[in-house]
Design a protein around this ligand. Structure first.
Ligand SMILES: [Zn+2]
Length: 397
């Protein structure tokens, strides 16, 4: 028994050590993926980046690769390895928020221990770490009693409308889901809860009139929008973790015309499921404050809140224990104000998110990752897959 335990510890340490030695190759793979831009709406670009991803996967992992064709957005990748009735899903996305041509102003570059470039942090480094984690498990022939599915989607940054069905069906089949989104802070925290996210568009139609000659004939859509904005912002309840923000407005055609049209874009974030029931119907049911006006509301909650369930907590403690024992790391967790595909999978299977790169500047000009953390995070993922794959989590873990 002691011999077996020693062997287990030895393999774990070997994986950590091996991945340290792969740092150069991991960085090279990140360079290749970053140099192929992959904005969500540009299918032809995402597919070119996807081809590179498949090459990297085939170079390092021996598995069953399937390209899931998509007409509107980039093709998606599903890689399956191992056998077993139960499944572990490792989830990532290839698309980035950066438009075509960003590389010209924001080229891939290395400064000290940081690698910069569009999408390095969210989440191309995470994908590389995922591939190398699987590579390390195969290199050491770690027996995994569960099937491992690595799914890479291509529309996460724009709400996952076309990949949602695939994500849901894989999550339903999975015992655990591990998401390669970036760590919550530069200290590397995992994400064990996420706010739900919704986006709504509000269109108000009033009655145009000359503002000087016959103002009494006009009904201002802008005035109405102003009232509705105050009402909507009042739905915010910071203590409950609910925020409503109108981030964009437009309307009117000239200063001397009473505006017949006004529009607004609304972002809503909800931490608690019961707040969904309070806030969403109020947004959807907006009604005009006077006759002669119409209000149209479109949009939806694209990602439900992800709650930190006891199962998620157990997964986190398992990761924390691995980090402490084998990586000498004090791993913490956090609630994230942003949604991800982890919010979707958490509805069906316990999900640990934020397992990807450590760095900073997601969706910002200073986006970067910490290079020396790539092998560390890859090892964390590999060991977590190994442990979750081998045995159920102990009840008292
Ligand atoms: Zn992301």
């Amino acid at each position: 028994m002691i011999k077996l335990e020693l062997k287990r510890v030895f393999v774990m340490l070997e994986i950590v050590d091996y991945l340290q030695k792969q740092k150069g190759e991991m960085l090279q793979a990140l360079r290749v993926l970053t140099k192929k831009e992959s904005p969500s709406y540009e299918k032809h670009l995402v597919d070119k980046c996807g081809k590179k991803l498949v090459e990297i996967v085939n170079q390092y992992v021996d598995g069953r690769t399937e390209i899931i064709e998509n007409h509107s957005f980039g093709n998606q990748l599903r890689l399956e390895l191992g056998e077993g009735e139960e499944q572990i899903l490792v989830l990532g996305h290839l698309d980035t928020v950066w438009p075509q041509g960003t590389l010209k102003q924001m080229p891939f570059g290395i400064v000290g221990d940081k690698a910069f470039g569009p999408g390095v942090f969210d989440m191309k480094a995470g994908l590389v770490q995922g591939i190398f984690a699987l590579h390390a498990l195969q290199t050491f022939q770690v027996p995994i009693k569960k099937k491992v599915v690595f799914l890479v989607t291509t529309d996460e940054e724009i709400g996952s409308s076309s990949s949602r069905a695939i994500i849901e069906s894989e999550a339903k089949r999975s015992k655990y889901v591990l998401v390669l989104e970036p760590a919550a802070t530069p200290r590397g925290e995992l994400k064990t809860a996420r706010k739900g996210v919704g986006a709504f568009q509000i269109k108000i139609t009033g009655q145009a009139a000359h503002a000087g000659i016959e103002p009494e004939k006009g009904i201002s859509a802008i005035e109405e929008l102003a009232k509705q904005i105050l009402y909507l912002h009042d739905l915010t309840d910071l203590q409950k973790g609910t925020t409503v923000n109108i981030g964009m407005i437009q309307g009117g055609i000239a200063t001397n015309v009473i505006a017949a049209h006004a529009e607004a874009e609304l972002d809503v974030r909800i931490e608690r499921p019961e707040e969904m029931k309070r806030v969403v119907p109020l947004i959807e049911g907006l009604s005009p404050t006077q006759e002669g006006l119409t209000i149209e509301v479109s949009g939806a909650v694209t990602r439900p809140p992800m709650e930190k369930t006891p199962e998620i907590e157990k997964m986190f403690f398992k990761a924390k224990e691995i980090a402490k024992t084998y990586l000498d790391l004090d791993l913490e967790d956090q609630l994230s104000g942003g949604g991800s595909d982890g919010s979707i999978t958490a509805q069906y299977a316990p999900t640990l998110d934020g397992l990807g790169a450590v760095g900073d500047g997601s969706h910002a000009d200073h986006e970067h990752i910490i290079i020396s953390q790539m092998p560390v995070r890859s090892a964390l993922l590999a060991l977590l897959i190994k442990e979750l794959g081998e045995q159920p989590i102990r009840k008292n873990a």
